[in-house]
Design a protein around this ligand. Structure first.
Ligand code: NIG
Ligand code: FE
Length: 418
């Protein structure tokens, strides 16, 4: 037997997430995390080649003279986090909105007055490729150091054909130039830029943007900000239907601020995920469950909007909706890169157990970005994307917040951060 490149052994708890790669975990399945006590995982040529108890793995003779070993005694080992909803590619920042928020100015009012997303669009258009990439690379590095090994990234701070294509091209370049795997989503329908009516801009997205995005193969998913005052259900349906025709997979920002039928539309169009969902209706939740659409919940966004309103995750889980969680990393509604912080919020405010929250941040999140065959669990044949966490047990992970619990990040079998 060829010896291993890397063996992680003696983990107090090894969370495998096994058995959920064919379809996302739902209901009680979300608590089934495939725990191995005193566990070990073996890596060769970037991939997982064995997973089991430390005793069995060491007896199998994987360790050779050149094998790197990590002793994870007293620690928890998990799959790398998958962050399935980010807007991480942009330039500038919007800390000025904090004082507006403290004065009680609503998010939508800032947007309608030309701030919010529009402010970031202005900053991003003015920044060179090199500047956008440098700022984004630094955020990706923070994400990696907090345990994210795969992330979805949306365009949407361009809002012209040229600028949206530029953002998607930069995502593609960044994907090759740093360690995280990036999954590109086209979100030209992020806001209606000034000078257009909603209908005119919807035409532009459908007729000009989408065909070029699809023909250049720059995106796997298409997403829309479906919200009264931004893109109505009708406009969102036009955009997402066209994207589907062009073989893009679908996501939808649904029912974030108002209940308006976004979840129902996501189910009707067989979206892979519907995201936000704070105000999703009972019918909308039932439709997601029926269609198997993954609910990507963004508790850091709720936390940062500071309205004490969170998605009804328990009702979703009980209805049979597969739940994932994400940072929503963006300069306005959720300026954070940290999946560990999201896990804390998922437990405290979405009322997930630590086991369910981990499922939501790994294998279900991998399904939400079409990467469940490669990532999200520690199973033979998967990418070696693994975290050693400096925590003694699972409860400790969401319990001790505001710090970084990550001890070692392994990406494709290589130690990339410690
Ligand atoms: O997911 N809701 C729309 N888009 C982002 C916010 C982007 C921004 O404020 O810059 C979100 O919350
Ligand atoms: Fe978002």
């Amino acid at each position: 037997m060829p010896s291993a490149d890397l063996v992680i052994h003696s983990a107090d708890m090894l969370v495998t997430m096994r058995g959920h790669s064919d379809s996302p975990a739902r209901r009680e399945g979300m608590a089934e995390i495939g725990l191995i006590e005193n566990g070990a995982v073996v890596l060769r040529e970037g991939q997982i080649v064995a997973v089991g108890s430390t005793e069995d793995i060491l007896a199998e003779g994987w360790v050779g003279p050149y094998t790197v070993q990590i002793n994870a005694q007293g620690k928890v080992v998990t799959p790398g986090f998958v962050d399935p909803h980010t807007h991480v590619i942009y330039a500038g920042s919007r800390e000025n909105e904090l004082s507006l928020k403290l004065k009680g100015v609503p998010y939508m009012e800032t947007l309608q007055q030309g701030g919010g997303i529009h402010a970031t669009v202005r900053d991003t258009r003015l920044a060179s490729d090199a500047e956008v990439k440098a700022q984004t690379r630094s955020r990706l590095k923070t994400m990696l150091s907090h345990g994210t090994t795969t992330a979805e990234v949306k365009s949407g701070y361009g809002l012209t054909v040229e600028e949206e294509l530029r953002m998607l091209r930069l995502i593609k370049e960044l994907n090759l130039e740093q360690d995280l795997d990036l999954v590109p989503t086209f979100m030209g329908a992020h806001a209606v830029p000034s000078g257009y009516t909603e209908d005119e801009y919807t035409d532009y997205v459908v007729e000009d943007m989408l065909p070029q995005v699809a023909s250049q193969g720059l995106a796997e998913f298409c997403d829309v900000f479906c919200e009264p005052g931004v893109f109505s259900v009708q406009s969102s349906e036009r955009i997402l239907s066209k994207a589907k025709e062009l073989n893009l997979k679908l996501k939808i920002h649904a029912d974030e601020l108002e209940s308006a039928g976004g979840a129902e539309l996501g189910a009707k169009l067989e979206a892979v995920s519907a995201d936000h969902l704070l105000q999703a209706s009972v019918e909308g939740i039932a439709a997601l469950a029926e269609q198997g659409v993954i609910a990507v919940l963004l508790p850091a966004n709720s936390f940062n909007l500071a309205k004490n309103s969170y998605a009804r995750a328990r009702a979703m889980i009980e209805a049979g909706v597969p739940v994932a969680v994400a940072t929503d990393c963006n300069p306005g509604s959720s300026p954070t890169e940290s999946m560990p912080f999201v896990l804390t919020l998922a437990c405290l405010y979405l009322h997930l157990t630590p086991e369910e929250a981990l499922t939501a941040a790994t294998i279900n999140a991998a399904h939400a970005v079409g990467r469940a065959a490669q990532a999200g669990s520690l199973e033979v044949g998967k990418q070696g994307d693994i975290l050693v966490l400096n925590v003694p047990n699972l409860d400790y992970l969401p319990y001790h917040f505001g710090n970084n619990p990550v001890d070692v990040v392994i990406k494709n079998g290589r130690i990339v951060w410690r």
